[in-house]
Design a protein around this ligand. Structure first.
Ligand code: SF4
Ligand code: SF4
Length: 392
């Protein structure tokens, strides 16, 4: 048997369950608790159960392992925790412990096999990595694998899911309109490793991380642009932790919103057309609470003439999750849609006609929520609004 709770002990986090004051503030913000109303599913409840397991040096039983994966890793518990427990890292390391006990949920094992065999989460041939460029072939075909200071990193979801390809296409159109000399990695783009990081399989994500950094540096890249906050967080936060800060030195990682804001400030693009719509913004957890990035998207939207920006009751660091985080969409798809539908209900209350965000996972989940509620609100990814407002 492996050393129980070794990873928590190594980072000094094994004592955190004893730090919990059981105040219960975390219960009211936790999508998993709000979905089940079981205290055993709340952050407080899970810490209570873990306290005994750690104290008695007992392995995590399978039913409790499932509870740990019934979580979107939204970070709302960490944000509100009265005793400042670093809960996000704590849940990740608990998932790592579950992995060591070979109790990962089936979907995580499937993703693991797929990543080992194909370097992407879809079990697709890497040669098909540029399938997403179909509509913008003429803008991309001469750019694959070329030397350039700016790279676009599409990520597995945008690369292989036809319903998300428009996010990559719009980003390329914006780069083209701004006259940016950019490159894409093509089949040298491997999964960012975020599914491993979310499941606590840090070591397994190391090779992918190293490959991506090497591939970017070989092309002389200095700035990497992402539509996916999961990929962005992997590069900006997990890679330095995993590989060492020196390995990522010389590279900057920008979410789409921050990149567009820079283009606006540098005068490389300008919104001229009226966009007479009311838009409500949803903060992706992996950009917002996880990385404290809230303003760029709002500033971009405010720069569009005629657009009226609205906010939901729970916004910025208090934003509720879309339901797709933490692999919940794969582990508990029905519960994930219930969480998404709750977010849509909140968006509807603002009276906005368009709901926007910048994340492939949020895009899928929020669209599921719209379908579930038969809502009239329309979802548009930020790249779509920017491309429309620029008449691209
Ligand atoms: S990360 Fe989100 S879903 Fe998971 S326990 Fe915390 S509040 Fe609940
Ligand atoms: S908010 Fe923090 S201290 Fe309070 S019950 Fe939740 S985990 Fe424990």
């Amino acid at each position: 048997m492996t050393n129980l709770f070794e990873s928590l002990k190594l980072e000094g986090l094994d004592i955190e369950p004893t730090v919990c004051a059981r105040c219960g503030f975390c219960t009211f913000v936790c999508p998993a608790y709000l979905d089940t109303l079981w205290d055993s599913q709340s952050p407080r409840g899970k810490l209570y159960q873990l306290k005994s397991l750690i104290k008695e040096n007992k392995p995590i039983p399978s039913d409790f392992a499932s509870r740990i994966f019934y979580c979107t890793l939204c970070g709302a518990c960490q944000e509100i925790c009265q005793t400042n427990i670093p809960l996000l890292r704590f849940w990740q390391l608990t998932r790592q412990e579950i992995g060591k006990l070979e109790q990962w949920p089936e979907i995580v094992n499937y993703i693991d096999d797929s990543l080992q065999q194909t370097q992407n989460i879809m079990e697709m041939d890497q040669a098909d990595r540029t399938l997403w460029t179909d509509m913008v072939d003429d803008l991309v075909e001469d750019r694959i694998g070329i030397q350039a200071e700016v790279a676009y990193f599409a990520g597995c979801n945008i690369s292989f899911k036809g319903t998300l390809a428009h996010m990559g296409e719009n980003t390329i159109k914006v780069m083209n309109a701004a006259g940016i000399d950019f490159t894409v990695l093509g089949d040298e783009e491997f999964c960012c490793g975020n599914p491993y990081f979310v499941a606590g399989g840090f070591d397994k994500g190391k090779e992918l991380a190293m490959h991506n950094i090497k591939a970017l540096k070989t092309l002389g890249v200095k700035t990497v642009v992402f539509n996916c906050p999961g990929c962005h967080r992997a590069f900006a936060e997990e890679y330095p932790h995993l590989l060492g800060k020196e390995v990522v030195e010389g590279l900057e990682f920008l979410p789409f919103s921050e990149f567009v804001l820079r283009l606006l400030r540098d005068g490389k693009i300008k919104f001229r057309k009226e966009y007479p719509h009311e838009v409500v913004w949803h903060d992706p957890c992996e950009l917002g609470r996880h990385q404290n990035i809230y303003n760029p998207a709002r500033e971009v939207l405010k720069a569009i003439p005629g657009l009226k920006l609205k906010e939901m009751k729970h916004n910025r660091n208090k934003a509720r999750c879309c339901g797709g985080g933490g692999l919940l969409k794969g582990t508990y798809p029905v519960a994930s849609v219930r969480v998404s539908a709750r977010r849509i209900e909140e968006a509807e209350k603002t009276g906005a006609t368009i709901l926007s965000s910048e994340c492939p996972s949020c895009t899928m989940s929020l669209n599921d929520g719209i379908e579930n509620r038969q809502s009239k609100i329309q979802f548009k990814d930020l790249s779509q609004i920017v491309a429309e407002a620029l008449d691209l």
